[in-house]
Design a protein around this ligand. Structure first.
Ligand SMILES: Nc1ncnc2c1ncn2[C@@H]1O[C@H](COP(=O)(O)OP(=O)(O)OP(=O)(O)O)[C@@H](O)[C@H]1O
Ligand SMILES: [Mg+2]
Length: 372
């Protein structure tokens, strides 16, 4: 889905970056196909998707490191499709930070200002202020090799921000950090973004990171826009099977939707099926956390018998791998308490069910069920 239906009367003030029907090929292979995307001024937008879906390519088109085969790139109301990177008011933080190894932290951050022929107190004040902001004042005389991953990350950010770009592009900025530092830096990036009021376009393949940091997330699937929306939109109202699965994970079950609002599972309900009217094939999508164990309560629309085939301890939750009689496999996540209450031990038979409000329904034809 792209923005065909969206009003084009958005004032260009609000839209900082617009990709309009952009396509990009490498040789015969399409990296991006007919991608339309608006990034609003001051927004933190994350490009999310699996490896090879075109995230870096999208960023490189905005930064001016690639030119699209078709379509246009507009920044701040100006068509920059063929404008080189240094004439766009955009800065990029690359995944490997690309710091100058022979320059100190101070000189790395000062670099862009020296290129602009700034010097003396003016330069010193600006760089010092940036180092303070990044918590790097004490590292000013150190070299990159003397820094931790998180500190290098902050130098790279400081170096990009000193130019006061209107758009900051970040390609997997936190991928080199360990889990704990990564979570801290996610909040740090968010804080910096709201303090500076700049437009951030960030790439990640980590769905949790995208949910934590972003105002909006654009999910890419094989070079196309699968969905764009707030973290809540994307998680609670995924517009197709791909997004539901990629963000949060899902169990998918083929079913028939009946006129009375019930769902029938193939194999379980052939007899009733012929009595029902307007039976339609659908795909049910149920989050692992939404599957409940034990006797179904009123309002259950999905209720099956399953055998526990594996139990995985996750720390804060427990994951159950459940097999249905037709060979399908479901994943449920619950608390340790929930496992005990349901008597879930390997090999046990359980009832597994879900509440209607926790079941997402996709039309099989529209959701592109099957291989992409
Ligand atoms: N310079 C290039 N030459 C040829 N093919 C390329 C080039 N750059 C990217 N591609 C191809 O274009 C597609 C999109 O690549 P891209 O780097 O944008 O993916 P990505 O979403 O950033 O993936 P990752 O998460 O692995 O970084 C891939 O199939 C990739 O192999
Ligand atoms: Mg990439």
């Amino acid at each position: 889905m792209h923005f065909k239906g969206r009003s084009r009367s958005d004032s260009s003030e609000e839209v900082q970056v617009r990709l309009d029907r952009v396509s990009k090929h490498y040789g015969n292979a399409a990296a991006l196909t007919d991608l339309s995307l608006d990034v609003r001024r001051g927004e933190f937008l994350t490009l999310l998707g699996p490896s090879g879906c075109g995230k870096t390519t999208t960023l490189r088109l905005i930064g001016g490191f690639e030119v699209p085969d078709q379509g246009s790139v507009v920044i701040g109301g100006r068509d920059v499709t063929n404008v080189p990177p240094f004439h766009r008011n955009v800065n990029t933080v690359f995944q490997n930070y690309a710091l100058f190894p022979h320059l100190t932290v101070f000189e790395n951050v000062a670099y862009a200002l020296r290129v602009k022929r700034l010097s003396g107190t003016q330069l010193r004040d600006k760089v010092s202020a940036m180092l303070d902001r990044m918590g790097l004042a004490e590292k000013a005389r150190k070299y990159p090799r003397e820094l931790s991953g998180g500190q290098m990350q902050r130098v790279a950010l400081g170096r990009a921000l000193i130019n006061e770009p209107s758009v900051l592009l970040l390609d997997e900025p936190l991928s080199a950090l360990d889990a704990k530092l990564r979570r801290a830096m996610q909040l740090e990036l968010r804080r910096m973004h709201s303090e500076l009021g700049l437009t951030f376009v960030c790439v990640t393949h980590d769905q949790e990171e995208a949910l934590v940091m972003s105002d909006r997330i654009a999910v890419l699937d094989a070079g196309r826009l699968a969905q764009i929306g707030t973290p809540q939109d994307i998680f609670e109202r995924p517009s197709n099977q791909f997004v539901a699965d990629f963000i949060g994970g899902c169990n998918f079950v083929d079913a028939f939707s009946c006129a009375n609002g019930d769902f029938l599972l193939p194999g379980c309900a052939r007899a009733q099926q012929s009595e029902q009217q307007e039976v339609r094939r659908v795909l049910l999508a149920i989050r692992p956390q939404s599957l409940r164990l034990g006797a179904a309560e009123a309002g259950a629309v999905f209720d099956v018998a399953a055998r526990v085939s594996d139990i995985v301890y996750l720390g804060t939750a427990v994951r159950l791998v459940l097999s249905l009689s037709d060979g399908a496999v479901l994943t449920a996540e619950t608390s340790k308490d929930g496992v005990d209450k349901a008597g879930a031990i390997p090999g046990a038979m359980l009832r597994v069910w879900a509440l209607k409000e926790d079941v997402m329904v996709f039309d099989t034809a529209r959701s592109g069920h099957g291989p992409h």
